[in-house]
Design a protein around this ligand. Sequence first.
Ligand SMILES: Cc1cc2nc3c(=O)[nH]c(=O)nc-3n(C[C@H](O)[C@H](O)[C@H](O)COP(=O)(O)OP(=O)(O)OC[C@H]3O[C@@H](n4cnc5c(N)ncnc54)[C@H](O)[C@@H]3O)c2cc1C
Length: 425
Amino acid sequence: MLNIPDSPHPRIVIIGAGFAGFKIAKKLSRKKFQIVLIDKNNYHQFQPLFYQVAMAGLEPSSILYPLRKAFQKNKNVHIRVAEVQAINPLKKRILSSLGEIYYDKCIIATGVVTNFFGNESIEKFASPLKSITDALQLRNSILSDLENALMTTSYEERQGYIDIVIVGGGPTGVELAGALAEMKKYILPKDYPELNEKEVDIYLIQSGKCLLPGMSEMASGKALEFLEKLNVNVILDKRVTDFNGRYVKINDGTEIKAHKVIWAAGVRGESLEGIESNAITKSYRYLVDPTNKIIGYEHIYAIGDIAYMQTVEFPEGHPQVAQVAIQQAVNLANNFIKNQSKPFKYKDLGTLATIGRNKAVADLPKLKFYGFTAWVLWLIVHLRSLIGFKNKFFVMLNWVWNYITYDQSLRLIITTAKKNKEPVD
Ligand SMILES: Cc1cc2nc3c(=O)[nH]c(=O)nc-3n(C[C@H](O)[C@H](O)[C@H](O)COP(=O)(O)OP(=O)(O)OC[C@H]3O[C@@H](n4cnc5c(N)ncnc54)[C@H](O)[C@@H]3O)c2cc1C
């Protein structure tokens, strides 16, 4: 039963400690509720900087924050590290890997997972970037493949190791492509002088006609210009149809030889069993009313990426970004605290994407700009959003060091040795 003590206060169970779950738990801490915060990890992850961990620019610990440390002073918050599998709305119970728990109110904030659109081969061989583990695996495979490339005299074989294909031209794909291009330009000649960095091809394939869909025409155009200047091969209006671990197939019949495909082309909701299908969209998000309550259910709410709220302004749901998750968490917490049902209204603070050193694009509500100023704004916004002073400090230190030296010193291949730890009777 998750071993949660009895309390005179109503119990709110929050599933997921990402941007939405973490924020609402903080807002409700020290209020007259008993909060149970369940996550499959014992830390909060700052997803916008995953790509810098994958590119060996930041250490994982700089962008993770332990949940127990975050809630040390909040005695009404009980943390459990467990994976939730299902909800039983009739009995008001949650089923998890650690057992069941009763709730008075349940908040689902489980976010999204990578969507491979049913292609099993792509799912098997491509690398997603949705968790810190994905980021570390990608870092290891990029660095290991560079080591492998040194050991072959065949140009054809070497291409497989060093060429990289990124699928999806949204912010993640664009930021990854820019970071890889800078790694090729500044790091490869120093770390791998025996490799010819000109042989390294970086492809960014986007199914739509422009990069950064959802941002302004100026932002899409500038992102393309910046990436092309960095020698990234941007392929627009084409779809990757298959990848077998060796060759990438594109829908125009061409093939690219590459061992690494980074899949940033789509997400789907991390939905749980127990909610009827008429409250779930095709991309597995929960349909919610303007107060984030799941349609057809009392006492069950969804916030953040997993929530799908149709409004006049956002007929296809809100964008799946951190600000929506945070603002929905704040609105719902205020509704609980004040016992009200105020509808959610998204305040768009703007969108930023960085392409590399001194290069970023910014779409603010009243101003759109690019270049160095946008890049500085991107740095400030991301630093401010990180949780914990130590994380902010170390990330800033890394960025300053990298800016001055054109180098980071984190290119380590660390894999874990597997040991059989089964006790012998
Ligand atoms: C690579 C990348 C880059 C991004 N860059 C940006 C950016 O620059 N700007 C921006 O605004 N947004 C960005 N986003 C999107 C942003 O990270 C999301 O919109 C935001 O994380 C959504 O918050 P959330 O709380 O809904 O979900 P998440 O932050 O994903 O949190 C979900 C939590 O639920 C937990 N969980 C999931 N399933 C279970 C389960 N069954 N049981 C227990 N726990 C579970 C997970 O461990 C996780 O902690 C990026 C996303 C990615 C992947």
